[in-house]
Design a protein around this ligand. Structure first.
Ligand SMILES: [Zn+2]
Length: 441
């Protein structure tokens, strides 16, 4: 299905009601967002267009694995109203939840895959492919041929929940394997079902992830956005992945629709890493680059929430909020501590909260102001102080023993490095290398 009919389906019957044939497919080439063909830079002043009297909150996650009903229940119990489930093997949309079956992509692999470094179009008949070397499989694997779909994965899925495509993409040819990207709002799909390689598809040349250079893959994610002006790409768990800052900056500079980094990832609790990546965030912001912060459970289910601020509860409005930076992060969510307004006119910042909290203003200089047991914080940037402070972001700690912390997105003051929206550069280079925007060879 091409983008136009996909969008018509979204507008007409709602994302939750896609029939199997209407499941989102990789879309056609990205359309420019402006008449000039330039993609606007990442929004340097989030919240500017929000009507705080009428705004609605939507709790969600840009990175949450969900492989059974119990996991879905845990997200729903936390009040998630917008699903962009992010699974892999393959890295393909898990939606609609109402009709999605286990092993769906084992028999409905309808997107390209990389074979020995070449991109081949779907559909891929894995029963036939794996059947070629069935004699090399362990008996219990061989017994699974021919492949069939399993049970409904989410037998108690709610009716009409908002959902948009997403997946966790990995295995880029020019980067180490710990680079993982999510793409909320993108129907791009990559890799195969063969996690662990037990069906020997990897051994026989099929990439189990993207299998292409990361920027080629990012371009494909962007080209497959279901709304050109919504959603984008997230750089996941920088500390767990041991990313050098320069990698993050290079990807942010590649395209404004690379939205930012995971500042909090609940899963990454190993001794060598840190759930909280605020250090990466502040170093990046200090360069003048806008970089949105995502707060996600990943596999953890319990903590990490993106609280989207939307004029109406629709898929498009939610994805648009991601693009604009119109959300705040919460470790727990559930309305324990909420921002009730975040206003910045370029000079004056005023933030209000629904309960007294320990409130901190963070800038390029560190913690530049704080208030205890406060429901608001104000700050004025005098003329000429833009470079000194660089950016403003606010962090507030709940005082009720809940250990809730909420985080605004950054509001930028300093000049950033000059960046070019490379997705809008001449595509002839890729075309000559065998790449084309519609996913064909
Ligand atoms: Zn993950």
């Amino acid at each position: 299905m091409r983008r136009r009919s996909f969008l018509a389906a979204m507008a007409g019957i709602g994302a939750a009601n896609f029939g199997r044939a209407d499941r989102p497919q990789p879309a056609v080439a990205a359309r420019p967002e402006t008449a000039s063909g330039q993609v606007p830079p990442r929004n340097r002043r989030p919240y500017a267009d929000i009507d705080w009297a009428t705004v609605k909150e939507v709790h969600t996650s840009s990175h949450c694995h969900c492989t059974n009903q119990k996991m879905l229940d845990s997200y729903l119990k936390r009040g998630f109203e917008f699903l962009t489930l992010s699974n892999y093997y393959p890295s393909a949309p898990t939606m609609p939840v109402k009709t999605f079956r286990d092993r769906h992509y084992w028999v409905h692999h309808d997107f390209p895959v990389m074979l020995n470094g070449k991109r081949i179009n779907g559909p891929i008949d894995w029963t036939k492919v794996v059947g070629q070397w069935a004699d090399q499989l362990k008996p219990e694997r061989r017994a699974m041929l021919p492949f069939t779909e399993g049970e409904l994965r989410f037998p108690n899925a709610p009716d009409n929940i908002l959902e948009a495509p997403n997946a966790e993409h990995h295995w880029f040819t020019d980067r180490y394997c710990s680079l993982h990207l999510c793409a909320p709002g993108s129907a791009y799909a990559s890799g195969t079902f063969d996690q662990g390689g037990g069906f020997k598809t990897f051994k026989h040349g099929y990439s189990w992830g993207c299998g292409e250079p990361v920027k080629t893959s990012i371009r494909r994610m962007i080209d497959a956005l279901v709304y050109p002006d919504g959603g984008g790409v997230t750089i996941n768990h920088p500390s767990w992945s041991h990313h050098p800052d320069e990698l993050i900056w290079d990807l942010l500079d590649f395209d404004p629709r690379v939205l930012g980094i995971e500042v909090y990832n609940m899963s990454k609790t190993y001794p060598w890493t840190n759930q909280n990546c605020e250090d990466y965030w502040d170093r990046t912001l200090s360069t003048g680059r806008q970089c949105f912060g995502f707060f996600v459970p990943d596999w953890g289910q319990v903590f990490g929430t993106n609280v989207l601020l939307v004029p109406e509860k629709t898929v498009h409005a939610c994805l648009r909020a991601y693009r604009l930076g119109n959300w705040y992060g919460a470790i727990k969510g559930k309305g324990i501590l909420r921002f009730t307004s975040i206003r910045f006119d370029g000079r004056h910042l005023k933030v209000t909260l629904d309960k007294p909290a320990h409130v901190q203003l963070i800038t390029r200089r560190g913690i530049s102001q704080w208030k205890n047991k406060a429901t608001d914080l104000s700050f004025t940037v005098s003329a000429g102080e833009e470079e000194r402070y660089g950016y403003l972001r606010v962090r507030a700690y709940a005082l009720d023993g809940s250990e809730e912390v909420v985080y605004t997105q950054p509001m930028m003051l300093a000049q950033g490095p000059t960046t070019v929206a490379q997705s809008n550069l001449d595509r002839s280079q890729e075309a000559s290398a065998g790449w084309s925007a519609d996913g064909s060879l």
